[in-house]
Design a protein. Structure first.
Length: 128
């Protein structure tokens, strides 16, 4: 962008210098030459302002588009992370439930075995 701006500025300066020299060397009255130079410079200034305004609009549009793209990509990444989090939570809950079921089953098995052993001891004591 800087190179393009420099080229435009150099062209405008060169055109202004060339026009000024041409008008100064032309065989007209001084007042007519000064008016012509003033009009030409005013036209150049107006053209530069117009170009600057259109460039500003282009930059605003480019910035807005870049912002929208970045926002869209970030939003997609957030959704992906959220989905991954939900999936990880579901897997963790399932693992915890499986571990709890295993613990209950082992507890019930140990409890039944202890009761059976206690009954066996009780029977053997009573039969002795």
């Amino acid at each position: 962008m800087k190179d393009q701006t420099r080229v435009i500025a150099a062209l405008l300066i060169g055109a202004a210098a060339g026009a000024a020299l041409g008008l100064l060397l032309a065989p007209e009255k001084g007042e007519t030459v000064r008016e012509g130079i003033a009009d030409y410079i005013n036209d150049l200034i107006d053209a530069a302002k117009t170009k600057a305004q259109s460039t500003t609009s282009d930059l605003k549009e480019y910035g807005s588009n870049a912002y929208d793209k970045a926002k869209s990509k970030f939003s997609g990444a957030v959704n992906n992370v959220s989905d991954y989090k939900d999936s990880a939570v579901d897997v963790a809950k399932a693992e915890v439930n499986n571990a709890a079921d295993d613990a209950r089953n082992q507890y019930n098995g140990v409890k039944a075995k202890a009761k059976s052993t206690a009954n066996d001891w009780n029977n053997s004591i009573q039969n002795s």
